[in-house]
Design a protein around this ligand. Structure first.
Ligand SMILES: *Cc1c(COP(=O)(O)O)cnc(C)c1O
Length: 422
């Protein structure tokens, strides 16, 4: 089935006492057992429902739908995108390991890698997401390579297939944050060789800026045989790789992230995300068309120093975007206001577009990454992440293109005075 059909048909319950057409919300903490043997069996095998921290039917429906849309082996949903990245990496690393990551990552991910995983004795090397640079940073201790499908807000695209080949050869997991790939509506990194993808479902999957959620997905692979945590006995004396095959990674994510870590997605949020996925492709297509038109228009404005949008033919990411994105180029664009920080400040002071640190909302949102999402990152690293004081990130929504353009024009007019100064 095509993506459009899977988006509305996958994950629906096979049996429902009322033949419900949509997915029911199972607001229950625990599930009953028939008798002693039934309870014992469920606890021994982790099969079937016992407690919602571990599994819930509404969340399972969302996991099935995500699996279908990404062409994955399976999925585990968690409370947020941060929780998803955390759980995916927890399943891969052990104290003393190293991670190679690209410098253009979402600010929260940089903090997670440096601070949280740092506490666990994991070292991170930040290098450009190109095969040669990553290869020189790999060591015996590297247990994951972490990149974003489209850098936020750098909008760089990594050499996905080159990285996948390298990681396969060196037997290291390639983890791709596919948040900007909009759950497969824009990009499907597993098809290009990534072993694992993580998502903030808060963004395009929710689509309405209303709730938080995250997911970890993986594909069929023999890679886990090279990880000691999957080939040595677990607490019950079982070998995860022998017990679960390629699913052993997702089982570990569920165990560490949910069962023990407790970073659980609420069934109510799972319901909203399940529904959000149904209109995902339409939203991404419409917002991408608007973003392309706005990017072209912004380029012709005298107060704008530069524009980055992968859909522009001259954009440095265009060739890879044409290869890795599915025909449209996404709803995020960035641009530089002449006059640096002061120009950006005047622009935002006169902009009627909502200013908020979110993306993938039905509403257009503007943000100044330098002073908000990336403010805590030391300046050299911030610049390496492609963020400058003049940069505005725009997440294009579903308003009419003319209205957005008019609101941008109002902001730009306020910059005219400073525009001559540089
Ligand atoms: C928002 C975001 C995250 C974090 O997701 P939350 O749901 O806010 O925890 C991670 N990666 C990227 C690329 C994001 O945009």
């Amino acid at each position: 089935m095509d993506f459009s059909s899977l988006a509305v048909l996958s994950g629906l319950p096979e049996q429902d006492p009322y033949n419900a057409v949509g997915v029911p919300i199972y607001a229950t903490a625990a599930y009953g057992f028939a008798d002693l043997e039934d309870g014992a069996q469920k606890f021994a095998t982790n099969q079937g429902y016992t407690y919602t921290r571990i599994q819930n039917p509404t969340v399972a429906a969302l996991e099935a739908r995500l699996t279908a849309l990404e062409g994955a082996l399976g999925a585990v949903c968690l409370a947020s995108g941060q929780a998803a990245s955390f759980a995916a990496l927890l399943a891969l690393v052990r104290s003393g390991d190293e991670i190679v990551a690209s410098p253009g990552l979402f600010g929260g991910t940089v903090g997670l890698l440096n601070q949280v995983l740092g506490l666990m004795g994991v070292r991170v090397h930040f290098v450009e997401p190109e095969a040669a640079a990553v290869e020189s940073a790999l060591s015996e201790k590297t247990s994951a390579v972490f990149v974003e499908v489209l850098g936020n807000p750098s909008l760089r695209l990594p050499d996905l297939e080159g990285l996948a080949r390298l990681c396969e050869e060196r037997q290291v997991a390639l983890v791709v944050d596919n948040t900007f790939g909009a759950v497969g509506a824009l990009a499907r990194p597993l098809e290009h060789g990534a072993h694992v993808v993580v998502h903030s479902l808060t963004k395009w999957a929710s689509g309405h800026g209303s709730i938080l959620g995250g997911a970890v997905l993986s594909r069929e692979t023999l890679l886990w045989q090279r990880y000691a945590q999957f080939t040595s006995p677990d607490a019950q004396g079982r070998i995860p790789w022998e017990q679960h095959g390629a699913r052993c990674f997702l089982e570990r994510v569920r165990q560490l992230g949910l069962s023990l870590g407790g970073m659980v997605l609420s069934p109510f949020n799972a319901y909203l995300l399940f529904q959000g996925l149904e209109t995902l492709e339409l939203r991404v297509e419409r917002a991408s068309q608007t973003a392309l038109a706005l990017a072209g228009w912004l380029q012709s404005q005298p107060q704008v120093a530069w524009v980055r949008y992968p859909g522009l033919a001259a954009d440095p990411a265009h060739a890879r975007a044409a290869r890795y994105l599915r025909g449209v180029f996404g709803s995020i664009l960035t641009f530089g206001i002449r006059g640096g920080l002061e120009g950006a400040s005047r622009f935002l002071a006169h902009l009627r577009i909502l200013q908020a640190p979110n993306v993938g909302d039905v509403r257009t949102l503007a943000v100044h990454p330098w002073t908000t999402t990336h403010a805590r990152i030391p300046e050299p690293a911030r610049r390496a992440a492609g963020v400058g004081p003049e940069m505005i990130r725009l997440s294009v929504g579903l308003e009419s293109p003319q209205d957005i353009q008019q609101m941008l024009a109002e902001g730009l007019r306020a910059v005219e005075g400073v525009a001559h100064e540089d």
